[in-house]
Design a protein around this ligand. Structure first.
Ligand SMILES: [Zn+2]
Ligand SMILES: [Zn+2]
Ligand SMILES: [Zn+2]
Length: 291
């Protein structure tokens, strides 16, 4: 039995859904019947279909914790050519914060509570108990892999796994610019017309409002800055009530969060203030799923 399959079966024995990865560490391509999703996709996919293909088609959606499926003839060819083993973190009840490089790891050590960590080629996986929506690039070099995603299995890692903290569940909500830390200048603005294809305002109008809002937040310290962040989010959110969207509010929100963080407001607290501001303006806050 090959090494990858043996490893996969150890995971299956612990109830973890697994799938084989190619030499290039990506999922295997779909079989001809599933090519270009012409089968309609599997029932567990976002656009649910009725595909019951026995092969490991459709990436994470094929992940299985059944030893019968994993050792089936339909998966055998993939295992023979596999370059790695992956698992479906959401299916295993966990969330992987995938830190791609040393800078991302340094950020996590500063910003996130310690949990189980696994070394990767250039960075680390931080694994928390509980699931949430997956999202790529929530920060430079940082991806969230949980529901509808796969992560490479690189061993059990070290340390005690803790429950998914709000500092992680809040991350995909706002795109906080890199370098948002206390007592630093607010990082360069990132909101552009490109992230707001459904906004009826001009870029200049939105930027001017945002710059004023950021100045109001950074003109205060700590507690005062958090309530300013709330007020600014409520005001900026209200400007977009009539827009068809998207208006890039996760980017606007991220800049308000960064402004509050720069004057000493803890990030999770700043995120909550912006959440409340957008909510009062009638702007839905993207929900996170806990399980
Ligand atoms: Zn297929
Ligand atoms: Zn299919
Ligand atoms: Zn708008």
């Amino acid at each position: 039995m090959n090494e990858h399959l043996r490893e996969a079966l150890e995971l299956v024995a612990r109830g973890v859904p697994v799938l084989p990865l190619r030499e290039g560490k990506g999922p295997f391509g779909n079989c001809p019947a599933c090519a270009k999703n012409q089968c309609g996709g599997r029932p567990n996919m976002k656009s649910a279909g009725t595909c019951a293909c026995p092969r490991p088609c459709h990436g994470w959606a094929a992940a299985s914790s059944s030893a019968d499926v994993v050792t089936s003839a339909a998966w055998a060819a993939a295992w023979q050519r596999a370059g790695a083993v992956a698992y479906h973190p959401g299916g295993a009840g966990v969330t992987v914060v995938d830190l791609d490089n040393a800078d991302a790891v340094a950020w996590a050590r500063d910003a996130l509570p310690p949990t189980r960590t696994v070394a990767t080629t250039r960075g680390e996986h931080w694994i928390y108990l509980g699931t949430m929506q997956s999202a790529n690039g929530v920060r430079p070099g940082v991806d969230i892999k949980s529901l509808m995603a796969y992560a490479r299995w690189l061993g059990p890692g070290e340390g005690q796994m803790i429950r998914l903290p709000e500092t992680v569940t809040a991350l995909p909500r706002y795109l906080v610019p890199a370098g948002a830390v206390a007592s630093s200048p607010v990082p360069r603005a990132t909101w552009t017309r490109a992230v707001a294809s459904g906004c009826r305002h001009t870029e200049r109008y939105v930027r001017t409002g945002l710059d004023k809002g950021v100045a109001m937040v950074t003109g205060h310290r700590e507690q005062g800055a958090a309530s300013q962040a709330f007020g600014v989010a409520r005001f900026l959110g209200s400007l977009h009530q009539e827009c068809p969207g998207p208006c890039g509010l996760e980017t606007l929100g991220g800049e308000i969060v960064a402004a509050a963080v720069s004057v000493g407001v803890p990030e999770a607290y700043a995120v909550r203030a912006v959440d409340r501001g957008f909510t009062e303006a009638g702007i839905p806050v993207p929900s996170t799923q806990m399980a």
